[in-house]
Write a protein that binds this ligand. Structure first.
Ligand code: KG4
Ligand code: ZN
Length: 376
């Protein structure tokens, strides 16, 4: 089954064509993040406007790329693709993110997908963005779109070709959400806990902004932390690890920003890189500790990381280290960074494993969807 995925929940406009939920035939992402860099965060109105500009060219490019793919006998179409016309005969269904996200951004993807489903007479599958993040772990990454070069991490299975065994524990850590779930099977998720206030990504973004680092804050903090480490300096400050010892699977990251502000006030000479390092340590310590507690409690044999923050190499390093010291072995999966952050390949993959098409007339954007909800 070949699915065209469409993702527009925030500041990325993305379209992908994925075969059988695993093989990426095309992967196109346009981002307005650079525009938001100046303001230190996403301006919803502006993000929606950029979505409108990008959506048609991005979908067109994804379809053309998928036709150029030599993997499944469509080579004969190459000529037609580079000139015109091109076709969508090979696409069996459309999948679209319906939530959660920014309403203006979501509407662009949802209404475009509905229109295409109606005009092309294709089934359409509504997708929950948070559940979909987890499916980045099902995608094969052997096809080179020139994007993997940023992933120089070793160790855990990154975008493996082997199948993923369920049940497993999944940690979804994104800009707006931090959720820990027990994934019994496709479509059978048991919510274990999540953030009570700011998400892990939000904590990175907010503290980075306070330190004068650019948006998105996660990569900026990670970079500054690496600089600190490379200076061989000792960490003199200690930030809190919120809720780390509490006997539940919830998180709280809003206090971290307050702690950073206090630290700055009390010790104004603390270098920015040291603060960045300790922020990353505090966030990743809590994520690793609580997630592995869930793994132990539920005897999970698979651990799936997902979401933009899963692109953090220190987080992965800590997971690998701690997993190496467990008395039992677990299959630890983490997608390569370009599949952790928002894209449409995992939207298409999720739709394949949760194939529930509904009439396009019944699909609508739902900005406040949670990981506990089905997509519609
Ligand atoms: O999943 P995502 O791309 O979008 C949402 O669905 O929210 O996640 C974006 C979040 C941002 O908060 C960003 O700062 C964070 O992921 N992020 C990172 C890294 N790359 C992106 N956080 C820590 N380390 C990274 N390398
Ligand atoms: Zn996301």
């Amino acid at each position: 089954m070949i699915i065209l995925g469409i993702e527009t929940s925030c500041d990325e406009t993305a379209a992908s064509v994925v075969k059988d939920g695993r093989e990426i035939l095309s992967h196109v992402v346009a981002s307005s993040a650079e525009m938001h860099m100046k303001s230190g965060g996403v301006i919803p109105e502006q993000a929606a406007r950029e979505q409108i500009k990008a959506i048609i060219p991005v979908i067109e490019e994804a379809i053309k790329q998928s036709l150029r793919s030599t993997d499944y006998g469509l080579q004969q179409k190459t000529k037609a693709v580079d000139g015109r016309p091109w076709t969508v005969d090979h696409i069996n269904a459309i999948a679209v993110t319906v939530g959660p996200g920014l309403i203006g951004s979501l509407l662009v993807g949802v209404e475009t997908a509905k229109t295409l489903a109606a005009v092309w007479n294709k089934p359409i599958v509504p997708v929950n963005h948070l559940v979909a993040h987890i499916y980045a772990n099902w995608l094969e990454t052997s096809t080179d779109y020139g994007l993997q070069t940023t992933d120089n991490r070793k160790g855990a299975v990154v975008g493996s070709r082997s199948t993923v065994d369920l049940p497993g524990i999944a940690l979804v850590v994104s800009g707006g959400h931090t959720d820990l779930v027990l994934m019994q099977n496709h479509g059978k998720l048991e919510y274990l806990g999540g953030t009570r206030d700011d998400a892990a990504g939000e904590a990175f973004d907010k503290t980075a902004r306070f330190l004068g680092l650019p948006y998105p804050g996660g990569p900026a903090i990670a970079k500054a932390a690496i600089e600190f480490k490379s200076q061989n300096s000792k960490v003199k400050i200690k930030l809190p690890r919120p809720m780390i010892d509490e006997d539940n699977f919830d998180f709280s990251f809003s206090g971290l920003k307050t702690a950073v502000i206090r630290e700055r006030k009390e010790n104004p000479d603390t270098p920015q890189e040291e603060l960045a390092y300790e922020i990353q340590e505090a966030i990743t310590d809590v994520l690793v500790e609580k997630t592995l507690r869930a793994v132990k409690k539920f005897n999970a044999s698979t651990l799936l990381l997902a979401g933009g923050v899963a692109a953090n190499s220190r987080l992965r390093e800590k997971f690998e280290f701690s997993i190496g010291h467990l008395a039992f072995s677990i299959d630890f999966r983490v997608p390569p960074p370009y599949l952790c952050t928002d894209n449409a390949s995992y939207i298409a993959a999720c739709a394949k494993y949760n194939y529930n098409p509904i009439p396009w007339q019944e699909i609508s954007a739902n900005p406040s969807l949670t990981i506990k909800d089905s997509a519609f």
